[in-house]
Design a protein around this ligand. Structure first.
Ligand code: SF4
Ligand code: SF4
Ligand code: SF4
Length: 718
C-alpha cells in the first residue's frame, strides 16, 4: 500500500507508469493525511491516518518504507564556504538569473541533486550540460585520440568457440531463471564457455569478458542482457581489445525483448531466452569472414570527410541556447527557424516562476545569437530532407522564397518546440472570459485584465486523459506563478485553483506554499469528475466542482476562468520523417532511453531538446539545450574517419545486372562502367539491406546479416 497526498508523476510517460502500477492487483494507492506510526506488541507497525472522507483509520504493516526525498548534502555548507559560493536558505547552492547551472561565484558550475532534487533524466542531461559549460571557460580542448584501428583476427579458419555471457542484474534475475538458462546454453553446439557476469552496465564488468575470451580462446561472443544499443559501445570496446571482429559478437536483448514480454512467467521467459540465444549462437557459428571475398567499399575513395558543424532546427529558447553554446565552443552552427523571427513560445512568456522579467533576457539572447561568430541563421526556412550518415549529414533547406540550399553538418539538434495546448471544454472558445494561462500572463503584463473579483483556474484542462493523455509538467507551477502575480497586482482578488494534483515540484513547492499563505484557494477534483464551467443568465461564469474531501459541491461565480492547457507537440511528423527518427505516442520526439539517454534520438548524432522532446519549464529547457549541445559536440569529436561498412560486393559473383542500382532507395549503388561490377557509395548507404535482398547472385552481402548466418539463425529458432 502506498500512502500519498499527491502523485507527482510529472516526468515524460510517468503517468502511464503510474497507471500500470495502479492497475496491478495487490498494489494499493491511498490518498490520505498521515498522523503517526506506533509499534504494536507483536512488532507490527500501525499506521494512523485520515482518509479522503475525513475518517480516522489505522492499519498494521510488517515494514514501513519512507519516501524521505532529498536534502542538501551534509558537507554542502563546508564546500560552499571553501569554494566561496552562496547557499539558499534551503541549503542548496544559489544560482544566477537565467543561468540555472551557474553558481553565485563565476566559474563554478553546478549539477545534479546537489543543485536541486531531481530525477535521473534531468541529472544525466545536467551532467552533460555542466561539462559543456566548464569546457566553455577552459577553451576547446584538443580532440581525444581515436582508438587505434585494430585489424580483427581471421576467424573462419578455426572451429567456432562461442562464449555466452549473461548479465546477472536484478532485473533479469527477477524475470528469468538465469542458472537454468546458463545450463541450457552450455548444451548449444560450439558453445565453449558460459558465464553469468554481475551487471554488465557496471564499471569493469567488460574486463571479465576480455579475460574470459583470452583464457578460454573464444572466437565468438554472445552477450545476453540489455538492448544491443545499450551495450554497443562496450561490446565494440571488448571486441577491439580481444581483436575479435564485431561480426563475431552478438548482443541478445533479454530485457525488453524477453523478460518484459513474460511478466510473472519465468518458464515462458526461459524458453524465449533460450530460443534467442540459439539463434545468436547459430548465426555466429556460420558468420563468414567477408574480407576474403570482398573489397572494403571505403577503398573507392567516395567518403566525404566528417563535417564539424551542427544543424540546429528551431529558433526558440532551446534552439538558441544550444546554437549559442556550440558557437561559443567554436563549432560552426546552422540555426534554422521556420518563422521570420527568433524566440518561439518564449515570446509569450513574460515572467519566470520566481518573478523575473523574461523580455530583456530574450532580447539579449536574440542579440547574442545574431552576433555569434560561426553561427549562420536561416530564418523563414524549413528542413526538407536529410541525407548521409552520422558525422557526414547534409540537409536540404527551403528558404522563405522557396529557394533551396544544401548544408553539410556532422550532427543535428531538434529544438522545434511546441505550442500551447488547447481544449474544447470549459467554454473555451465560446466565452471571452475563458483564457489559457499564457493569455492571462500576457494580459497581466500588458495591463489589459480588468480588476477581477474572483479568478478560477482549472488545472489539467484538456490533459491527462482528456484531449491529451500526458501531464505537461509545468502548468501547475505556471498556475501558481500567475495566481501570485494576480495577488500582487490585485491584492483583493480571490483566486481558486481546481486541481487533480499540484505538481509544483522541486523548489517550486515554495511558490505553492506562498500561494496558500496569500489566500489562494486550492480545491481538488477527481479525474473522472472535473469542474463544470457554465455561463449564467447574467453572462457571468459559474464554476461547479465536487470536493472529494468534503463530499460537497462547491459553486463559485468567476469573473475569469483560466485553463491550464499545458503544451502540445508541434507538427513534428514531416521533420521526423526527413531526419529518419521517431515520435512517441504523444507526438513528441522519441529519445533512445528516457532515463539514460534522454536527449539522444535513434539516429546517431541527432539530439533533441526543449518542448520537442516533451513539455518542461524554462530553466529545464535551457539545461537540456546545453546538454544536447554538449552531446553533439562530443559526438563530432568521435566521428570515425572511415565509417563501418554496411554492405559489401563480391566482384567475382557480380554480373553487373544493376538490379541493386535500381532497388537502392538512397541512390548508393553504382556499377563501374569499366569493370561492369557493382559498388557501394559509402557516404550515401544507410545499410537498409535492400540491395542484398534483390541481388540474384548473392554477390551483395549485408554485414551482420550474411546469407549463411541468417539461415543459421533461422535454423536456431526452428
Ligand atoms: S496542471 Fe499541468 S502540470 Fe499540473 S498535473 Fe495537470 S497537466 Fe500536470
Ligand atoms: S540498398 Fe540499402 S544497403 Fe544497399 S547500398 Fe542502398 S542504402 Fe546501402
Ligand atoms: S544485383 Fe548483384 S549481381 Fe546485380 S549488379 Fe548488383 S551486386 Fe551485381
Amino acid at each position: 500500500t502506498v500512502f500519498f497526498m499527491d502523485i507527482r508523476t510529472f516526468g515524460k510517460e510517468f503517468d502511464r507508469y503510474f497507471a500500470r502500477a495502479e492497475a496491478r492487483a495487490r498494489l494499493h494507492f491511498r490518498r490520505c493525511m498521515l498522523s503517526t506510526v506506533k509499534e504494536a506488541p507483536s512488532g507490527d507497525l500501525t499506521l494512523f491516518y485520515t482518509d479522503e472522507g475525513g475518517r480516522h483509520r489505522a492499519e498494521a504493516f510488517d515494514l514501513l518504507v519512507l519516501a524521505v526525498g532529498f536534502g542538501p548534502p551534509e558537507e554542502a555548507s563546508e564546500l560552499a564556504q571553501a569554494l566561496g559560493m552562496d547557499l539558499t536558505p534551503l541549503g542548496f547552492p544559489a544560482t544566477q538569473p537565467f543561468a540555472p547551472l551557474a553558481a553565485s561565484r563565476p566559474g563554478i558550475v553546478l549539477s545534479g541533486a546537489f543543485r536541486e532534487p531531481k530525477d535521473i533524466p534531468e541529472t544525466v542531461v545536467e551532467a552533460a550540460a555542466a561539462a559543456g559549460m566548464a569546457v566553455r571557460w577552459l577553451g576547446r580542448p584538443e580532440p581525444a585520440p581515436e582508438p587505434a584501428e585494430v585489424e580483427p583476427r581471421p576467424w573462419d579458419e578455426e572451429p567456432p568457440r562461442v562464449g555466452v555471457f549473461l548479465c546477472d542484474c536484478p532485473d533479469l534475475q527477477e524475470a528469468l531463471p538465469l542458472d537454468r538458462l546458463a545450463e541450457a546454453a552450455q548444451g548449444l553446439r560450439d558453445v565453449a564457455w558460459v558465464e553469468k557476469v554481475p551487471a554488465l552496465c557496471q564499471d569493469g564488468a567488460w574486463d571479465r569478458l576480455v579475460q574470459a575470451v583470452e583464457q578460454r580462446k573464444l572466437n565468438r561472443v554472445v552477450v545476453g542482457g540489455c538492448s544491443p544499443r545499450e551495450v554497443a559501445d562496450d561490446l565494440a570496446g571488448m571486441a577491439r581489445r580481444t581483436r575479435l571482429a564485431l561480426a563475431c559478437t552478438e548482443a541478445v536483448n533479454l530485457r525488453e525483448q524477453v523478460a518484459w514480454l513474460h511478466p510473472g512467467d519465468g518458464e515462458g521467459a526461459l524458453a524465449h531466452a533460450l530460443e534467442a540465444l540459439r539463434m545468436a549462437v547459430g548465426r555466429l557459428r556460420r558468420v563468414p569472414d567477408l574480407r576474403r571475398t570482398t573489397q572494403p567499399t571505403a577503398a573507392r575513395g567516395d567518403l566525404a570527410a566528417p563535417t564539424a558543424a551542427v544543424l540546429v532546427v528551431g529558433g526558440g529558447l532551446a534552439g538558441m541556447t544550444a546554437a549559442l553554446a556550440l558557437a561559443e565552443w567554436g563549432i560552426p552552427v546552422h540555426l534554422v527557424e521556420q518563422e521570420p523571427v527568433l524566440g518561439g513560445l518564449l515570446r509569450r512568456i513574460r515572467r519566470t516562476p520566481d518573478g523575473r522579467e523574461v523580455r530583456p533576457f530574450l532580447e539579449d539572447l536574440v542579440r547574442r545569437v545574431e552576433a555569434a561568430e560561426g553561427l549562420t541563421l536561416h530564418l523563414g526556412t524549413r528542413l526538407v530532407r536529410t541525407e548521409g550518415e552520422p558525422g557526414r549529414y547534409r540537409s536540404l533547406l527551403r528558404g522563405p522564397g522557396g529557394e533551396e540550399a544544401w548544408v553539410d553538418h556532422g550532427a543535428a539538434i531538434v529544438a522545434t518546440g511546441g505550442r500551447e495546448g488547447e481544449t474544447s471544454r470549459y467554454l473555451r472558445g465560446r466565452h471571452p472570459r475563458v483564457l489559457t494561462q499564457l493569455e492571462l500572463e500576457e494580459r497581466l503584463a500588458e495591463g489589459t485584465l480588468e480588476r477581477p473579483g474572483l479568478v478560477a483556474m482549472v488545472q489539467c484542462a484538456g490533459q491527462r486523459g482528456q484531449e491529451r493523455a500526458y501531464c505537461s509538467r509545468f502548468c501547475c507551477t505556471e498556475a501558481v506563478k500567475n495566481a501570485l502575480a494576480l495577488k500582487e497586482r490585485f491584492p483583493e482578488a480571490q483566486v481558486a485553483i481546481f486541481y487533480q494534483e499540484m505538481r509544483t515540484y522541486g523548489f517550486h513547492e515554495l511558490l505553492y506554499r506562498q500561494a496558500r499563505e496569500q489566500g489562494v484557494l486550492f480545491v481538488r477534483y477527481e479525474p473522472g469528475d472535473p469542474p463544470e464551467v457554465r455561463e449564467g443568465e447574467d453572462g457571468r461564469l459559474q464554476v461547479t466542482a465536487r470536493d472529494p474531501v468534503l463530499g460537497e459541491v462547491l459553486r463559485l461565480e468567476a469573473d475569469w476562468v483560466v485553463l491550464s492547457t499545458g503544451a502540445a507537440p508541434g507538427d513534428h511528423a514531416p521533420l521526423a520523417e526527413a531526419l529518419g527518427v521517431s515520435l512517441d505516442g504523444n507526438g513528441f520526439f522519441q529519445e533512445v532511453h528516457p532515463k539514460m539517454r534522454p536527449v539522444d534520438l535513434a539516429r546517431p548524432g541527432i539530439y533533441v531538446c526543449g518542448l520537442a522532446q516533451g513539455p518542461r519549464l524554462m530553466d529545464e529547457v535551457m539545461v537540456q539545450a546545453w546538454g544536447a549541445a554538449a552531446r553533439a559536440a562530443a559526438f563530432l569529436r568521435r566521428v570515425p574517419k572511415v565509417p563501418a561498412t554496411r554492405v559489401v560486393v563480391n566482384e567475382k559473383l557480380c554480373s553487373g545486372c544493376e538490379l541493386c542500382v535500381r532497388a537502392c532507395p538512397y541512390d548508393a549503388r553504382r556499377v563501374d562502367l569499366e569493370t561492369r561490377r557493382a559498388y557501394v557509395v559509402q557516404s550515401l548507404c544507410q545499410g537498409c539491406g535492400v540491395c542484398a535482398v534483390v541481388c540474384p547472385n548473392k554477390a551483395t552481402q549485408q554485414v551482420g546479416y550474411e546469407h549463411a548466418a541468417v539461415l543459421a539463425a533461422i535454423d536456431g529458432a526452428l
